[in-house]
Design a protein around this ligand. Structure first.
Ligand code: MIC
Ligand code: SF4
Length: 640
């Protein structure tokens, strides 16, 4: 029987298990990436394994998130990561070199390989035909240690792109259409494999935009074939030797098929405060905007920013608009400069930021009170911008540029003919801001440098048979990891210090959570559907674990967060009967007999004198992990 792309790559990396939907496989990992927001924990976890050097083909650590450096903490983290990379054999992408996913696509992604990244947007490299999966830091640490990665085989959905894209419809609109149709939970435990004649019309950076925002659908990954467009991109990056052709077999089968007629698309926009609140731009046209932010790992390629520059050329943005642009990489920025497009942007009034995540993660550029901010980014969760009252909309670079000119949300189709951007035959390749690994001998002599804010990873003790305590909080559907542990300029510098950052757990939804958790000596979290959607930050599990959370009882979980809970020894439980969500209230005293975790467990609500059943979301291996307090203590002792 013919194989699809996902099956082909999984098969080539299979360590154990059977490639059948829903089964858990062990696969070998070729490459890993992490960054300064997830990387310090991943690095500390790797160090705890006492392994002299990474065992992957390639591992990279990027400094791209925490670059504001309001105090010593971020700079200390950068130094630690640089010394870590030198000691253990990783590439180190220096601050300012670019956003991890953009740089990885340009310089390291290889079709047919598997990339594991400590960031939810790792699937960006699926635009290059790579099987790229976002995970928590500990999974990356384990992969760097040479452990296989355990992946639940997702449902593979063929997304057939047909028809011709009309002018002004961009790759972003294709993925916004996916979100409009499927919502933020529509991709959970699924992988999207793009195909059909429409694929040929998409460049690698455009494919990367689509693969990138598969994360917002909750998908395990998104992938494109590797074809002549992939070869052209790799050639232009002087990496043609990394190219292999890769496509599904003609008789490949899929679990689902979805078709998007590109000819029927129009410019789209995601409204506050969720990436799936999508409607046509024309429906919200005319709304006055205060800020336009262009950049992020979704839309900061040379092609994106040249498009913006061409639209803005020779015009000035209105006085009430703040336009900020963060190029995805130094390579992109340099090309804009060489082409004269940087001056077009500057002359239009744009403020040029570093090649980092910046405003996307609330690292500066928080909008004004009640501000309307139009962003080419991927997430518009409430408060993520740094301003609770701001209304953030997600759009394509074309819509952003058209709206920047008018000062109101604008459909770019009013601008007449769209600019036509030629991609360069050769990019100005220069890797002098990526420090390559040292030899093992020289690496062994290096000492890692830990500043005073870098604290050891806390560990959990083994799981008792009976859990008892209070429900510390009850939350509804689609709670994000940003809700569980916020990012932003204030909190991100504490990522290396779990005791300090734990004070911020649920800060937005329930500011007294941390205090109560400490007062009651831990307890439980009750949640609705898709709990923990969004970012991969393992702090959303690690910090509740530090505060004594023993189990999370939810209607359903997002994939990465579920894995993170298990990795840190927090028991993930779902309701046997969804309606039982009503039986549990914040403050209730409950008791759970977890038994051997292989079957339903009983919860007794002591406050209400009610009994319900819950299902542990664990396979056999995960049961062992949770019982031992998580993956780190377990793998350290090499028990399996
Ligand atoms: C994000 O976009 O939320 C982040 C910051 O890149 C995260 C990683 C993190 O929180 O450290 C992600 O997407 O995984
Ligand atoms: Fe950075 Fe934003 Fe991309 Fe996360 S989503 S990696 S914060 S640019």
């Amino acid at each position: 029987m013919g194989k699809n792309l996902i099956e082909k790559i999984l098969e080539a990396h299979l360590v154990s298990g059977q490639i059948r939907q829903g089964e858990t496989l062990a696969v070998s990992i070729d490459q890993t990436l992490m960054h300064d927001a997830t990387g310090t924990m991943a690095a500390l976890e790797f160090e705890a394994l006492s392994i002299p050097r990474v065992r992957t083909k390639l591992s990279v650590v990027y400094v791209d998130h925490n670059t504001l450096q309001l105090g010593f903490e971020n700079a200390d983290d950068h130094l630690y990561l640089q010394s870590f990379a030198a000691k253990y054999g990783l590439h180190f992408s220096r601050p300012g070199n670019g956003i991890c996913h953009q740089v990885h696509l340009e310089r390291f992604a290889v079709p047919g390989q598997i990339l594991l990244g400590a960031d939810s947007h790792t699937p960006t490299c699926g635009g290059m035909g790579m099987l790229a999966v976002g995970v928590g830091g500990l999974d990356v640490a384990l992969a760097m240690a040479g452990e296989p990665f355990y992946i639940q085989v997702p449902k593979v959905v063929a997304v057939k792109l047909i028809g011709q894209r009309p002018p002004w419809v961009s790759a972003k609109d294709i993925v916004l259409e996916m979100l409009r149709r499927l919502t933020v939970k529509g991709g959970v435990m699924k992988a999207f494999e793009y195909g059909g004649p429409g694929v040929k019309s998409l460049t690698v950076p455009e494919r990367a935009t689509i693969a990138n925002m598969g994360a917002e659908l909750g998908a395990t990954t998104s992938i494109f074939p590797s074809d002549e467009k992939t070869l052209a991109f790799l050639k232009a990056q002087r990496r043609e030797k990394d190219w292999i052709p890769l496509s599904p077999d003609p008789d490949a089968t899929y679990d689902e098929i979805l078709e998007i007629d590109l000819a029927r698309l129009e410019p789209l926009i995601a409204q506050p405060h969720s990436p799936d609140r999508v409607c046509p731009v024309r429906e919200v046209e005319g709304l006055r905007v205060d800020q336009i932010a262009i950049g992020s790992c979704t839309n900061s390629s040379y092609q994106d920013l040249m498009t913006v520059a061409s639209i803005l050329k020779g015009r000035t943005i209105p006085p009430h608009v703040s336009l900020v642009i963060s190029p995805g990489s130094r390579q992109v920025l340099k090309m804009l400069a060489l082409k004269g497009a940087l001056s077009d942007l500057l002359e239009s009034g744009a403020r040029i930021l570093e090649s980092t995540c910046g405003p996307c993660i609330g690292m500066g550029q928080a909008p004004c009170t009640n501000g309307v901010s139009l962003r080419t980014f991927n997430r518009n969760f409430q408060g993520r911008s740094g301003t609770e009252s701001a209304r953030v909309y997600l759009v394509s670079p074309e819509v952003a540029a058209a709206s920047a000119l008018k000062g109101v949300i604008s459909d770019p189709r009013r601008l007449g003919r769209p600019p036509s951007i030629d991609l360069p035959e050769v990019y100005p390749v220069e890797d002098n801001m990526v420090i390559p690994p040292l030899s093992p001998e020289r690496g062994a002599e290096i000492e890692t440098v830990r500043g005073p804010n870098i604290k050891p990873v806390p560990l959990r003790k083994s799981l008792p048979r009976e859990l008892r305590g209070r429900i510390l909080v009850k939350v509804s559907d689609n709670v994000t990891t940003d809700d569980i542990i916020p990012a932003g300029a204030r909190v991100l510098p504490l990522r290396s210090n779990i005791p300090a950052i734990s004070e911020y757990v649920f800060e937005r939804l329930d500011p007294s959570f941390a205090r109560r958790a400490k007062e009651f000596g831990g307890g439980f979290i009750v949640a609705g559907h898709n709990y923990g959607q969004g970012s991969s930050r393992e702090h959303a599990a690690l910090c509740p674990m530090f505060l004594g959370v023993q189990a999370v009882i939810a209607k359903s979980f997002a994939r990465i967060h579920l894995a993170n809970l298990i990795n840190f020894g927090i028991l993930p439980l779902i309701f046997n009967e969804e309606g039982d969500y009503q039986v549990l209230e914040q403050g209730d005293e409950i008791e759970i007999d977890v038994g051997d975790l292989s079957d339903k467990v009983t919860l007794i609500n002591l406050t209400k004198d009610k009994k319900i059943f819950l299902i542990p979301l664990l396979n056999e291996r995960e049961r062992i992990l949770v019982r031992h307090g998580g993956a780190l203590p377990f793998v350290k002792e090499k028990r399996f």
